[in-house]
Design a protein around this ligand. Structure first.
Ligand code: SAM
Length: 181
């Protein structure tokens, strides 16, 4: 729905993993009839599926969320058409990532989505699938986002149109679909 309603000209996702989401963004934009730019970043592009790698509609970039200025220099971001949809899904360096995009040209109407801010999701992840210590890092996301939003409360709306569609914060993204205004 967001893709259909926003009609993003630029999608930036941190991070690509096996590339499946990037390809599905490309399919969705094609169906909607939008020729948007899709950038998928990951620190380890060896994770990419061969079919995703071969998809010329998606630009896969190797890069580190701790050094975003090397992946997306300010001059490059300045050229990228709006509206933007920026998605943070690497769970690394959230505040600096949000600051970096905030300081490099978002326009009214652009979106920033921070994935997986629900602490329950991280608890379930640890209990059921992976006990490798991600819980603490993941649980920190909501706190980090809250403190970031306190500094930017006059610049971003928490978009309940999408967040509360299935009940109050009824997804794993709590209060984290943000619209620049
Ligand atoms: C949760 S997965 C991303 C899932 C993907 N967005 C999807 O929906 O399929 C997290 C990814 O973050 C990447 N990652 C970890 N540290 C990173 C860093 N410092 N910079 C960029 N990517 C990183 C990992 O390689 C991994 O592929």
């Amino acid at each position: 729905m967001l893709l259909q309603e926003l009609k993003p000209q630029t999608i930036i996702e941190l991070s690509a993993f096996n590339g499946g989401i990037g390809v599905s963004f490309a399919d969705s934009l094609e169906i909607i009839g939008i020729k948007g730019n899709i950038y998928e970043v990951d620190i380890d592009l060896s994770l990419l599926d061969e079919k995703a790698k071969a998809d010329s509609r998606v630009k896969f970039l190797q890069g580190d969320c701790n050094k975003l200025e090397e992946v997306f220099p300010a001059e490059m971001l300045a050229e990228l058409p709006h509206p933007w949809l920026v998605i943070e899904d690497a769970h690394v360096n959230l505040i600096a990532v949000a600051d970096y995009f905030h300081n490099n040209g978002p326009e009214p109407g652009d979106y920033l989505i921070v994935e997986d801010t629900s602490k329950y999701m991280w608890q379930a992840w640890q209990e059921n699938w992976d006990d490798s210590g991600e819980l603490e890092k993941g649980s920190q996301k909501m706190d980090d986002l809250r403190s970031w939003l306190m500094r930017h409360e006059n610049e971003y709306l928490v978009d309940t149109h999408y967040l509360d569609m299935y009940g109050y914060n009824g997804s794993k993204n709590w209060n984290s679909i943000l619209k620049r205004f």
